[in-house]
Design a protein around this ligand. Structure first.
Ligand SMILES: NC(=O)c1ccc[n+]([C@@H]2O[C@H](COP(=O)([O-])OP(=O)(O)OC[C@H]3O[C@@H](n4cnc5c(N)ncnc54)[C@H](O)[C@@H]3O)[C@@H](O)[C@H]2O)c1
Length: 305
């Protein structure tokens, strides 16, 4: 089993590094901002929840934390808004070392219910589904592209030993998730993006890329099912458990291309098992052909437009 273990020593290497992060006003994001700032990082975090974001910023400013917390209101589904967050970090420090995409929303209810889905209701465009994808996956693609550009532009000024991108997906990005049609589409998309970037970003940009896949975590997103969860004594993460895995991936120079499933406070890379068992689920012959096909595709430079 490929357990990813949090190390306080690795966290300490964030001292002085410049972190750009979406989300952060509450839940997992707020716990991540707090730990990173306490470790000495300069964190620029953007969230739609203006008031809560300012509260997190003010609490950290009033604390003895080594680093700095810098909040601005951001709508991740707005390109210019996300870009302004990177600009703020770059203008203040001349560099960006780490980028963490954490903001997301839950599923808009009612779009796949047999009782209401018919040839009449289908005539109305389901805007809430589209905007869910804008927030949960399209913005993550844009964020990753911005992160590469800003980290690349930072190289000479950067003291980062190992720049990286961390994308927060979900258990719903690697297994089936009943009732979460748009959310699951988006979170699988985030894993697809991490897989597309992991061979290219380290070679072309010197940037590592990892994904975090939390299972049930005690935040407002889980509120609807938390009661049953606790009753059934199922594993429950605290936001700080997930924050530790996010920051381990952000800081550990050995980690690239992982999907870290976080359950009951511990993290396990699911990519290792997926890759190791390829011959079993694909068949040995096809797996061998697939590897040869991947060699033909290379890094995608020769054949993509
Ligand atoms: N809580 C869980 O059980 C769980 C499980 C799997 C994955 N996750 C993922 O973890 C991450 C953090 O979730 P959380 O549980 O802390 O939930 P949360 O709701 O507490 O935090 C999500 C944050 O994203 C922000 N946000 C939403 N839309 C935004 C927008 N358009 N622009 C800017 N900010 C926006 C919210 O304001 C909020 O602060 C999310 O990516 C979520 O999908 C959570």
């Amino acid at each position: 089993m490929a357990e990813v273990v949090f190390s306080q020593q690795t966290l300490a290497t964030l001292d002085g590094q410049v972190v750009v992060m979406t989300g952060g006003a509450q839940g997992i994001g707020a716990a991540t901002v707090q730990k990173a700032v306490e470790a000495g990082a300069h964190v620029f975090f953007g969230d739609w929840a203006d008031e809560k974001g300012r509260e997190v910023e003010a609490a950290l400013k009033a604390s003895q934390a080594k680093g700095t917390a810098n909040f601005q209101k951001v709508d991740v589904s707005n390109y210019a808004s996300q870009l302004a967050l990177f600009d703020a970090a770059h203008q203040a420090h001349g560099r960006v070392d780490i980028a963490i995409s954490c903001a997301a929303v839950g599923e808009p209810a009612g779009y796949f219910e047999p009782a209401s889905l018919d040839l009449q209701s289908i005539r109305e465009e389901p805007r809430a589904l589209k905007s869910n994808l804008d927030i949960n996956v399209t913005s993550v693609l844009m964020f990753s592209r911005m992160a590469l550009a800003y980290i690349k532009a930072s190289k000479s000024a950067s003291s980062s030993p190992s720049p990286s991108i961390v994308l927060v997906s979900s258990i719903a990005g690697i297994t089936e998730a009943p009732g979460l049609f748009a959310y699951s589409t988006a979170k699988h998309g985030v894993i697809g993006l991490m897989r597309a970037l992991r061979p290219v970003a380290p070679l072309r940009y010197g940037v590592r890329v990892n994904a975090i896949c939390p299972w049930a975590t005690d935040t407002q997103l889980l509120a609807g099912v938390k009661g049953r969860w606790v009753e059934e004594k199922l594993p429950l993460n605290q936001p700080s458990d997930v924050a530790q895995m996010i920051l381990q991936c952000a800081a550990d120079p050995e980690l690239n291309g992982k999907s870290v499933f976080v359950a009951g406070g511990r993290g396990y890379d699911t990519e290792e098992g997926y890759n190791k068992t390829q011959g079993q689920w694909m068949g040995e012959k096809l797996a061998e052909e697939w590897h040869r096909g991947q060699a033909v595709l290379g890094l995608g430079d020769d054949w993509t437009d």
